[in-house]
Ligand binder design. Structure first.
Ligand code: ZN
Length: 285
């Protein structure tokens, strides 16, 4: 008589387990600088969770809830643990090292090896960009976007993570994706958001930063002209400026960077994520 009771208990337990939220990650194996899409199903409440100890910014999705995080370029771990408060089974994302390509570039000497005054300008630019990430956060944490992100057109001329040596001196890692664009070509917002920075910088030229909510910001570099102002709401596809070659460049192109959580991520990988925010009727509350 004992055995059937044990079976019944086990079935009962698995029944409870099925009612708990389930975490899915895509992809489940990544390199430093890659983003990961987390989807949580089996719950009707906004989940709270962490990836690698950092809080995840969840938003309502067409199926369940989603959040995006990224492996920092300087990560030392071989995995990132995704966990929810409230009992869902944690999921591990494997992180393997990657050798990024190396290249040599020749630019004007003052751009390759900036003097003290220019280095101070660069530091101030970086500070302004970092500060911009925090703006555009909504009090309720809701994302600004109601569509999947749209990759700008243009063929890839330089990949994320490439190491560049300028004029055989200064070495720097390329933290964005370069896409071919003519001088003066329209540069469009990759999704709905709020403009959080418009700035003439030393290295990146004219920069526009758009906050999309859910911890995601897009950055557009080397513009010949910005056509938006800080605080402007923008819709996906709306012009934020014109492509150009301001700052440290070898010619006109669009450099796009993506900042997710606290990390710069590979835009090419980001645009492949199946981000599917809930439809406006269900998301707008
Ligand atoms: Zn670039």
């Amino acid at each position: 008589m004992k055995k059937p009771l044990v079976v019944a208990l086990l079935l009962g337990m698995s029944g409870i387990a099925f009612a708990e939220p389930v975490i899915t990650v895509s992809p489940s194996a990544i390199h430093p600088g890659d983003p990961v899409l987390v989807t949580v199903t089996g719950t009707t409440e906004m989940p709270q969770g962490k990836a690698g100890g950092q809080p995840l910014a969840f938003f309502a999705a067409r199926t369940g809830y989603q959040a995006v995080f990224a492996a920092p370029l300087a990560i030392n771990e071989d995995h990132i643990l995704v966990e929810l408060s409230g009992g869902a089974k944690p999921v591990s994302v494997a992180v393997t090292a990657k050798t990024f390509p190396e290249t040599k570039l020749v630019v004007e000497e003052e751009l390759a090896n900036p003097d003290k005054a220019d280095r101070e300008k660069i530091d101030a630019d970086n500070k302004a960009i970092t500060e911009a990430y925090g703006r555009g956060k909504r009090e309720d944490g809701a994302p600004h976007f109601l569509h999947a992100f749209k990759r700008p057109s243009g063929s890839v001329t330089s990949v994320f993570g490439e190491w560049r040596t300028f004029n055989d001196g200064h070495r720097a890692q390329h933290l964005g994706l370069d896409l071919g664009a003519h001088e003066g070509a329209k540069v469009a917002a990759i999704d709905d958001g709020t403009v959080v920075l418009v700035r003439e910088t030393f290295l990146a030229g004219n920069v526009v930063v758009v906050a999309h909510g859910a911890g995601i910001c897009s950055l557009y570099f080397h513009l010949s002209k910005a056509q938006v102002a800080e605080g402007d709401p923008v819709k996906q596809g709306a012009a934020i400026g014109l492509a150009g070659h301001t700052g440290r460049t070898t010619g006109p192109h669009l450099h796009i960077s993506l900042h997710v959580g606290d990390a710069m991520v590979d835009p090419a990988a980001f645009f492949k994520l199946a981000i599917a925010p809930a439809k406006p009727s269900t998301a707008a509350k």
